[in-house]
Design a protein. Structure first.
Ligand code: F0G
Length: 329
């Protein structure tokens, strides 16, 4: 009854990166093609539908930006109020623009995502608002559908799935989806879940919460993930791994995706590819079917593009001037 057209996102075969790193069967799952530009819409539509069903008048979330953008959009679609709590100065401009555009009430706290989530949980316990963070089980029920789609698109589960890990809901949802599809007989195998965190925000890799997480990939700037245990379960049951990559590696992968594949992803999404690039140096991937989850759009975080060299020539509006500037005369 409620939809903005989420899901059914393309699975795109890598044309240049895969062949070059010896992984010719590398695919990108284009979750940035969801209505608000990130995978969050798959879960948000379910959580918001349930909030409507329960007769709620408002929804509430903590967010590094994408959850807020998605919550704001679906609240607008369903005529609910949305309250979003974000870490002040650490939300990408595009995401803030979305929350503003959709009319959410934005609370910018002096603190990080972990503080925002703690406050959101406290507020949800004393106000009649639906908490739509991934601690809401309906979120994971929606997000697991991406795993179903990947199996449908490939005709089988892949061998490995590289996925960025922040609050750890999505890796948990994918694993749940692959397991359920396998049990239902739609896939013969299960993939290894390869989670990727940013080095400065890698609590699961380190085995302890990070009090002051830091990374340019603000989407995954999380120090104490809510679904930590579920993510560990996904890693262990799938014989996968959760590793960390540096901001430098993230920026390199970001540039590669944009310039060699035509995929403008946000830095958090590039972290998944950075994790694969590192593994490709150590493991033979020539026979592996690998999927990288492109969780969000590069348009969300336009400031990061400054890390790339730009080709902009400023000229008079005259053909001769353009040809001269381009070195054609
Ligand atoms: N990629 C993007 C683009 C994200 O926005 C997020 C999380 C993740 C990956 C990690 O997913 O949290 O399920 O492990 N963003 C959350 C938010 C934290 O508030 O928008 P996760």
């Amino acid at each position: 009854m409620i939809t903005l057209g989420e899901g059914e996102t393309p699975l795109v075969l890598s044309r240049r990166i895969g062949p070059r790193i010896g992984c010719p069967q590398l695919y990108f799952k284009m979750e940035m093609c969801n209505p608000t530009g990130s995978f969050k819409d798959r879960g948000m539509v379910v959580a918001v539908a349930k909030a409507v069903e329960e007769g709620r008048e408002a929804i509430l979330c903590a967010s590094t930006g994408n959850t807020a953008a998605s919550a704001a959009a679906y609240a607008a679609h369903c005529a609910l109020k949305a309250y979003v709590i974000v870490p002040r100065n650490f939300i990408a401009r595009g995401k803030l623009a979305q929350a503003i555009a959709h009319g959410a009430t934005i609370v910018a706290v002096d603190g990080n995502f972990d503080d925002a989530l703690r406050l959101a949980r406290e507020l949800a316990s004393c106000h009649p608002w639906a908490l739509v963070n991934s601690v809401n089980p309906y979120r994971l029920e929606g997000q697991k559908t991406a795993a179903f789609e990947i199996v449908d698109q490939l005709g089988e589960a892949p061998d490995m799935v590289f996925i960025p890990v922040g609050n750890a809901g999505n890796i948990s949802a994918y694993w749940q989806g692959f397991v359920e599809y396998h049990r239902a007989g739609y896939a013969r195998q299960l993939p290894r879940m390869m989670g990727v965190q940013a080095e400065g925000a890698a609590p699961i890799v380190r085995g302890e919460p990070v009090a002051n997480p830091q990374t340019i990939a603000t989407a995954i700037r999380v120090g104490n993930p809510a679904s930590w245990q579920l993510a560990l379960k996904a890693k262990e049951e799938s014989k996968g791994a959760i590793n960390a990559v540096s901001d430098q590696q993230i920026l390199e992968a970001y540039a590669l995706l944009a310039r060699e594949e035509g995929i403008f992803a946000e830095p958090a999404s590039a972290a998944a590819l950075a994790g694969l690039l590192e593994l490709a140096q150590k493991e033979d991937l020539s026979r592996q079917v690998v999927v990288c989850i492109i969780t969000g759009s590069g348009l969300k975080d336009p400031d990061i593009v400054q890390s790339l060299p730009a080709r902009i020539v400023e000229v008079e509006a005259r053909i001769g001037a353009i040809e001269e500037a381009l070195g054609l005369r």
